[in-house]
Structures are given as structure tokens and as C-alpha cells.
Design a protein around this ligand. Structure first.
Ligand SMILES: [Zn+2]
Length: 94
């Protein structure tokens, strides 16, 4: 019997909070004064990673993302995002 490659299904599983964090990060940059903030890929990715590590992951199967319930409120993600932005601004990794 051929070995089942479970990695084949990996891409079907998504942390729905990941898209929410990136969306809020984009909105924050558009709506706020970003003078003094580094907007390079390293700093933005660091900010998203710190934010995502501060909230619980919420995995769902990709075809069902549209009906995903939000288990972490926007206000909590926003609070963690602002904290991450301050951390990265103080100690950028480049
Ligand atoms: Zn940077």
C-alpha cells in the first residue's frame, strides 16, 4: 500500500486570524501617521508574527472560511497589533 502523503492537505488548513491581522495592519498603515515607522518587509512581517503569536490561532478548512466565526474580537487584535508595532519600532531586526 502506498504511503499516504498527509502534507497534501496542509494548504487546505488556514488560520483565519492571519488574514485578519494582515488586513488590520494594512488599514493601520493607511489610516495613521507612519512617519518614523519602518515599513520594510522585515518589520511588517515581524509585526504580523508578534501579533499572531499574541492571539489564539483559529484554524478552519479553506472552503469554509466565509462562514468562520470570529473567536477573537477585532478590538483585541488591534490592541495586540499596536503593541507589536511599538515593539518592532523600538527593536527592529535589521
Ligand atoms: Zn524595517
Amino acid at each position: 500500500m502506498p504511503k499516504l502523503n498527509v502534507f497534501h492537505y496542509m494548504d487546505d488548513l488556514k488560520n483565519v486570524n492571519e488574514q485578519r491581522v494582515w488586513g488590520m495592519l494594512g488599514d493601520y498603515i493607511e489610516d495613521n501617521d507612519t512617519d518614523g515607522m519602518c515599513l520594510c518587509g522585515i518589520c511588517l512581517t515581524d509585526t504580523a508574527a508578534i501579533t499572531l503569536n499574541s492571539i489564539p490561532a483559529h484554524y478552519q478548512l479553506e472552503p469554509h472560511l466565509a462562514v468562520a466565526q470570529e473567536k477573537v474580537p477585532d478590538s483585541e487584535i488591534y490592541r495586540q497589533l499596536k503593541r507589536a508595532l511599538e515593539m518592532v519600532a523600538k527593536r527592529p531586526h535589521h
